[in-house]
Write a protein that binds this ligand. Structure first.
Ligand SMILES: *Cc1c(COP(=O)(O)O)cnc(C)c1O
Length: 364
């Protein structure tokens, strides 16, 4: 049996007629960027997150972070607290604006260690960013409490957490901005690049809509220096279909995770745990092993694909050499980088495939 870490074709096939109809609708419309489909998607994505939410579609998840952070007025020299074990985009969202990332170690759930946020605060700290890594979620009551106490803004990188909840409230609705990616592999994936920012504050969303279109609110009149980060109609129309099935997508991923939770019994493997209060959407199912590379090779020999998210943490990347970090600065983060392994998790995965993966891991 061949099982890849990820599959994008099955989600399409399941509702292919609706996707094809949406694509044809756009092709025949004669309007391809920022139009009716974008507006409808923004409205639907905002209302999915509850009453009083607003949304701006952008070109990708990194732009959602860059423009979300810029719209909050965070820039040169401002410090943003971010967990060490995140994807590079979280950090670039801050540094491309001139902000300085201050890394905090993760906890045993792979999320920012909430108990270590306060000691990272300085007079220059402007915001905390939580990532909801792998589709798990941290204690948002505590994070919000710290932000309120110290008058800090809160940014949520929700690229891996579409529909995740803390005590029944959705990821992306706690922060000043919630930044989403719809990269094809994400839980809500487009068929190309796409992203969005949500906020309770219509002014912030208004600013992002200006920034994403060359800093222009009125055509050919530019208020600020912006970027080109428009969402195209094709992606918006396809995302509208995907969004209809978000609960189905989440339920299926949670069922795969529940299968792994129940059946992986190898004592050398640590399984991911969502702490009480959270509702995880399992963008990835990430196990830990002290013999990770060996395990990865063992599974590969048996036709099972896995991925390391992520082998080198941001503070040790060449791009961030200027921050002056060295190995040993973030031991928990670095240890995760050596031990994490994402095992197959995709919509449309069959039970015999889950069993095959599980049996192989247990036999290792
Ligand atoms: C995917 C991802 C992003 C960036 O999204 P793109 O659409 O690829 O730019 C940002 N943060 C996290 C945590 C991600 O997983």
């Amino acid at each position: 049996m061949e099982i890849s870490a990820n599959r994008m074709d099955l989600g399409f096939k399941k509702h292919c007629e609706e996707y094809e109809e949406a694509a044809l609708r756009v092709l025949r419309s004669g309007w391809y960027i920022l139009g009716k489909e974008d507006e409808a998607f923004e409205e639907e994505f905002a209302s999915y997150h509850g009453q009083g939410m607003y949304c701006a579609g952008v070109a990708n998840g990194l732009d959602a972070l860059i423009l979300g952070i810029r719209a909050l007025g965070i820039g040169e020299g401002d410090e943003v607290i971010i967990q060490g074990n995140t994807y590079i985009a979280s950090v670039m969202g801050a540094t491309i604006n001139g902000a300085v990332p201050v890394f905090v170690e993760p906890d045993e759930h792979h999320q920012i260690d909430v108990s270590k946020i306060e000691e990272a605060i300085t007079p220059r700290t402007k915001a905390v960013m939580v990532v909801h890594l792998y589709g798990l979620i941290c204690d948002m009551d505590k994070v919000c409490g710290i932000c309120r106490k110290h008058s800090l803004m809160l940014i949520e990188d929700c690229a891996q957490a579409h529909g995740a909840m803390w005590n029944g409230r959705k990821a992306g609705t706690f922060g000043d901005v919630g930044c989403f990616s719809f990269y094809p592999t994400k839980n809500i994936g487009a068929f190309g690049d796409a992203g969005a920012v949500i906020s309770r504050d219509p002014e912030i969303i208004g600013k992002i809509k200006v920034l994403r279109n060359y800093g222009s609110g009125k055509r050919y009149y530019n208020e600020v220096v912006g970027v080109n980060s428009r969402l195209d109609e094709m992606q918006a129309a396809l995302l509208r279909v995907r969004l209809k099935y978000i609960d189905e997508i989440t339920d299926e991923r949670r069922a795969i995770a529940a299968y792994y939770d129940a059946h992986i019994t190898n004592p050398g493997i640590i399984k991911p745990v969502q702490q009480d209060g959270g509702y995880a959407v399992y963008h990835q199912y990430v196990i830990c092993s002290g013999r990770r590379d060996e395990l990865m090779g063992y599974l590969k020999e048996r036709g099972i694909g896995t991925i390391i998210h992520y082998p080198l943490p941001p503070h040790l990347q060449e791009a961030y050499a200027y921050l002056g970090h060295k190995r040993g600065d973030l031991p928990v983060t670095e240890d995760y980088a050596d031990r994490v392994l994402s095992i197959p998790m995709y919509n449309g995965m069959k039970e015999d495939e889950m069993k095959f993966v599980t049996d192989a891991i247990n036999a290792f």
